[in-house]
Ligand binder design. Structure first.
Ligand SMILES: Cc1cc2nc3c(=O)[nH]c(=O)nc-3n(C[C@H](O)[C@H](O)[C@H](O)COP(=O)(O)OP(=O)(O)OC[C@H]3O[C@@H](n4cnc5c(N)ncnc54)[C@H](O)[C@@H]3O)c2cc1C
Length: 446
């Protein structure tokens, strides 16, 4: 059986490596000259350093993604935080949101929230009650909340504006890359169930300590080198070929036909229709209802070190999350490399680089006075306009199934059916589920 995977992002790489591990040959075709899709790094001409297209964070709950990194021998390329500790700066007051290990686990969690002093005592108690309610919710309850927005749900559950801002949004905006008024309550609640309730290590951060291409594209390529998998880069697929509702291959941009019994598309929702023949488009048209959202990454290199934390959240400032790339990557450079990651970045996506530089440098100087004594050496802005798909109310009904009505054609990728938002974890889960479907359909013919 011939298998073609279209797209060498996380999902395509995971399918390819997992099949190769089982000695099932496949061809991976990627449009761009490099692998990794929406998670890659590149050589920045300004700083002459390898930088990421966007800060990627993994949490302990990303079990399938972490497994995948182990499979491709890349697990050493992420650093696990042993405990959850997030420094949160609000109006010049720094409070650590941290986990506490008590012999009775629930007490540890209660203690963690009670220590979170950006909230008034009654807000902390109300937050605990809502987290308790969330812990008791079943998949059926979540399904019913898919059309509701997360903000309204929190308001209806006695969460004050301050609690929403200082706790819920602190995690929900970066994880879901959206205003919580625009997010499905079902996805929002599930995020907190997974990260805070289901296990003690689920919320712990794991951060890549190398560039994303080294972590993903290079590691996967290295793994595949010793297998019969063929990787074709710089090759765009123009269309799939369907005969009598059955896949028979793909056509490349330079009009070459490649025959195949099984084709897996890992294209994002805003690109999938580009490769579907006209007479089958109506079946895939729901993908048009899935919108994408931008993330903007701001890189600053300072002459001297002034910021010692690995990362920090800043509330009430255009800075949302700030990362100490020098510390995370254990850099030997004498310059300090800081990355500001702006989620839900509609406001910034069209702003000129010069304006962004002025605003954020002045903000850094205001928040970290020591930085004023340190000269800015380099500055780069990376705007990823279609970074993640939006988890708007109703999203769970329109995400694609892995199996399609065209026999032999499968859809994988972060936006395919799962309870995860647009993440590398969702991309690997869908890879795994797609392989399960293929095995059910083709069994030992593979
Ligand atoms: C700035 C930024 C920050 C992020 N932060 C996080 C984070 O902190 N944590 C997290 O888990 N996730 C994060 N994400 C999301 C994460 O990167 C994605 O969810 C994941 O990479 C999606 O992988 P995928 O394989 O489903 O899709 P993609 O990566 O989009 O892969 C699709 C691939 O198909 C290729 N392709 C497209 N059309 C064709 C064609 N016609 N022919 C051949 N190839 C084609 C593309 O070039 C691409 O390589 C972030 C994303 C961005 C952009």
């Amino acid at each position: 059986m011939k298998i073609i995977i279209i797209g060498g992002g996380v999902s395509g790489l995971a399918i390819s490596c997992k099949l190769a591990k089982e000695k099932i040959d496949n061809i991976l075709i990627e449009k761009r000259p490099f692998l990794g899709g929406r998670a890659y790094s590149f050589f920045d001409k300004n700083s002459k350093e390898e930088i990421d297209n966007g800060q990627h964070i993994i949490v302990g709950a990303c079990k399938e993604f972490i497994n995948f990194l182990s499979e491709i021998n890349a697990i050493e390329k992420i650093s696990f935080e042993k405990k959850l500790r997030i420094p949160v700066l609000n109006k010049n007051k720094l409070v650590n949101l941290r986990s506490h290990n008590f012999p009775i686990k629930i007490l540890g969690k209660v203690f963690s929230i009670l220590q979170y002093k950006h909230l008034k005592l009654r807000e902390r108690i109300s937050l605990l009650k809502t987290l308790y309610k969330i812990s008791k919710m079943k998949p059926k309850d979540l399904k019913e909340l898919d059309n509701e927005n997360f903000y309204n749900w929190l308001k209806n559950n006695n969460q004050s504006k301050n609690t929403i801002h200082c706790f819920w949004e602190l995690f929900a905006i970066p994880a879901l890359n959206d205003e919580i008024k625009n997010v499905s309550a079902s996805i929002g609640i599930r995020l907190f169930q997974v990260a805070f309730i289901e296990s003690d290590i689920n919320a712990n951060f794991a951060i890549p300590n190398v560039g994303l291409t080294k972590l993903l594209g290079d590691s996967a390529e290295n793994f595949l080198k010793n297998t019969n998998t063929k990787i074709i880069k710089n090759q765009e697929i123009k269309s799939i070929i369907v005969k009598n509702d059955k896949i028979s291959g793909v056509i490349t941009k330079d009009d070459r036909k490649i025959k195949s019994d099984i084709v897996i598309s890992t294209l994002p929702p805003n690109q999938i229709l580009d490769i579907i023949p006209k007479n089958y488009q109506s079946y895939f048209k729901k993908s048009k209802e899935i919108n994408m959202a931008p993330i903007v990454g701001i890189h600053l290199w300072f002459e001297n070190y002034f910021f010692d934390e690995k990362f920090m959240v800043v509330l009430g400032s255009p800075i949302q999350w700030i990362f100490n790339d020098s510390k995370i990557k254990n850099s030997s450079s004498s310059f300090q490399h800081i990355v500001i990651s702006l989620s839900n970045a509609w406001e910034w996506k069209n702003k000129p680089k010069k304006v962004i530089k002025e605003i954020f440098l002045s903000e850094i100087n205001k928040l970290f006075p020591k930085s004023k004594k340190s000269k800015l050496i380099n500055f780069s802005v990376i705007k990823m306009l279609n970074a993640t798909f939006r988890c708007q109310p109703g999203i769970q009904k329109i995400r694609s199934k892995n199996r399609t009505k065209i026999k032999g054609l499968y859809i994988s990728g972060d936006w395919a059916e799962s309870e995860w938002p647009s993440t590398m974890e969702a991309a690997v889960i869908s890879a795994k589920n797609t392989i399960l479907d293929i095995k059910k359909d083709f069994g030992n013919k593979l």
